[in-house]
Design a protein around this ligand. Sequence first.
Ligand SMILES: [Zn+2]
Length: 284
Amino acid sequence: MSSRRSHSFPLPFVPSHKPPPEPGERPILFAFRRRELLVSSELALPSVEEIDAIGLEALRTQYLGQLDGRHCYSAELPEDVEVSAGFRFADLRTLFGSLDETMHALAGRAVQIVEWDRTHQFCGACAEPTVLSETDRSRSCPKCRIPMYPRLAPAMIVAVEKGDQILLARSPHFPAGIMSVLAGFVEPGESAEEAVIREVFEETGICVRNIRYFSSQAWPFPNSLMLGFQAEYDSGEIEVDGVEIEEAGWYPADDMPAFFPGRVSIAQWLIRDFLVRNGHPPPD
Ligand SMILES: [Zn+2]
């Protein structure tokens, strides 16, 4: 389906936590100041030579794996680092469209590894300094032996449809006027489908049935794995809590409210899929 991202084998990126003896030719480096990526003023990823030339010193680096045979690394820069003219730091959200899709996805992987490494230097149970595992992507406490993996928070996102209408809602933190499909985090002990049923009911008072998996997307803001579903309306009237959701409604494809434009996020893929099936493909 055109609105879903296709996947081909082999995938271009092969992850690994074991660094090679040498970085090899044209290594790729994702350098971060907190969650912001070092980019050129044209919002492109600088080469390792360009980064070396401005004399930046990383606090910590991690090996990520290989992209088409090129070794990839992440680096954590000091919080007070300043860069010279021609470079800047940018939030990954602002780099959709300027970094290519594969590089953007890799930068999303890199920022989560940098954040995990930065925030797991000490054991949460006994405060002992942790050590990096040689066998997998984890740090562990030499005293408690508690392994600490990068955090990943599964979340569900769902397009609920009633005949030829889609359920869209407005969260108070969306830009003015924008509506989108419903989303929420999966709770401990819950299946993704149970999270769909619970979240849709909690946020809109609507009961759903016939939940079908759609697609998934890594969403590094800050560490989600978005699991996308489509579901059918079963029963109930829309009732919003006014806190998490301030407005919700059923919309036909030919009378949509404003929604996030583009096709970078799974919310957009879901809405696009609904519009295409209902004869109103949105402009790119
Ligand atoms: Zn410990």
